[in-house]
Design a protein around this ligand. Structure first.
Ligand SMILES: [Zn+2]
Length: 411
């Protein structure tokens, strides 16, 4: 179905209503225009872009959260559930369309390759040395350790992510994804480490991993031995439809790997949704996931173990108090690292520059420049936006954007 037919089926006004209700925005339109030209010089040389790089060493700029989008054409290592292609599952179908549009990969037959080309194109606007960390994504596995395609939405094989990083050696690193209940889990981890994986990525609710389970202990010990951090999703999850195991994303469940000495990076600083506060006993209240993230950040014994990635914290559907606190807590900044969650910065309704102006984070002129950059390059947009935000005189410190330090052992 083409875009226009798709929209008329759904009804643009209805979608506008849904968008507003979810805290989303249509101010930059519904779809990424995917402009093919390089970023115009007046934007590339813009004062905001120059200011953004001030104090940030590009060779330490490793965007730690970049998804590999695709559909598995051309024999790549991407797998998506047939449900995502089906009009019988309109929500999943819609998500898939936004996701692929965000990565400008809509040509039937070359979707996976288009993703790589577009990402490389976006990276051209970054100084030499700056890199992205590409994320593999394992299947859902059940309690017996069996792979369950019927419960999975999306998967990216380790060997594919490793291969892409090899193809773009100046621009990409990679992060493996291995379910800890897999019988060959430790073997797979060794293989990934040898192939240069810099960390392990989990999305516990979608993959069916309970980070608080003793079944993960051997895996945790291997992470410590191999000096690999665990990058794991915290808080509510809307981007990948999978099992309904949201409680697995509760940051408090990460006490288990922390107690075993694993370095843990919580994706998005758990800035969405609510979880049970089981520190206060079973059946405890549900509180903001971010409050639980904050609690762990403030426990001195996790000082050199517990980190947050700031991917997506600028999205319009996330709680603004989380962003305000992340900016204000400059004592945390050495434990925060940047990630873009690319291609999500290209999902137009997920961001609102207008709201940032209303809340005093940006001025009108900055908002205009950011919207322009975004039309050419959502990856660069994400970085310039985060470097430009200011609240009560506080900004993200340059160290937040030098994520490399967490992955090469010089923390
Ligand atoms: Zn993500």
């Amino acid at each position: 179905m083409d875009r226009r037919a798709f929209l008329s089926t759904l009804g643009l006004s209805a979608l506008g209503g849904i968008a507003a209700g979810c805290g989303l925005s249509l101010e930059d339109g519904l779809f990424n225009p995917c402009l093919a030209d390089p970023l115009p010089k007046r934007l590339l040389d813009h004062e905001m872009v120059r200011a953004a790089w001030e104090g940030v060493n590009p060779s330490r700029f490793w965007d730690c959260h970049v998804h590999i989008a695709g559909v598995g054409d051309g024999g790549s290592g991407v797998w998506i559930t047939p449900r995502m292609k089906s009009m019988l599952h309109p929500w999943q179908n819609l998500q898939r369309r936004f996701y692929l549009n965000a990565a400008c990969t809509e040509t039937e037959g070359s979707v996976d390759e288009d993703f790589v080309r577009r990402l490389a194109h976006c990276l051209n606007a970054f100084p030499a040395g700056a890199k992205v960390m590409l994320l593999a994504f394992d299947f859902h596995h059940d309690a017996t350790g069996a792979r369950r395609e019927d419960l999975s939405a999306f998967a990216v094989a380790d060997r594919y992510a490793a291969g892409l990083a090899q193809r773009l050696p100046e621009r990409a690193e990679w992060i493996c994804s291995i379910h800890p209940y897999r019988e060959d889990g430790l073997e797979a981890l060794d293989w990934a480490k040898k192939r240069g994986a810099r960390a392990v990525k989990w999305l516990p609710s979608a993959m069916g991993v309970d980070p608080a389970s003793s079944r993960c202990d051997e895996f945790y010990d291997a992470l410590v031995r191999l000096n690999l951090p665990l990058l794991t999703h915290g808080g509510g999850e809307q981007a990948v439809h999978g099992g309904s195991l949201q409680e697995y994303n509760n940051p408090l469940r990460l006490r288990r790997p922390l107690e075993r000495g694993v370095r843990v990076i919580v994706a998005h600083c758990a800035s969405l949704g609510k979880h049970e506060d089981f520190d206060r006993g079973a059946g405890g209240f549900r509180v903001d996931a971010f409050a639980l993230f904050k609690r762990l950040m403030d426990e001195p014994r996790y000082d050199n173990l517990f980190y947050g990635d700031i991917s997506s914290v600028t999205q319009a559907n996330r709680t603004e108090p989380a962003l305000a606190m992340l900016l204000a807590r400059s004592d945390w900044h050495r434990r925060l690292i940047n990630g873009s969650d690319y291609p999500l910065p290209g999902v137009m309704p997920l961001y609102s520059m207008r709201r940032f102006v209303e809340q005093g984070y940006l001025n009108e002129a900055q908002a205009g420049v950011l919207s322009e950059i975004r039309r050419f390059n959502p990856l660069l947009f994400d970085f310039i936006l985060k470097r430009s935000l200011v609240q009560e005189g506080q900004r993200f410190a340059p160290v937040v954007f030098e994520s490399r330090r967490l992955f090469v052992g010089d923390v």
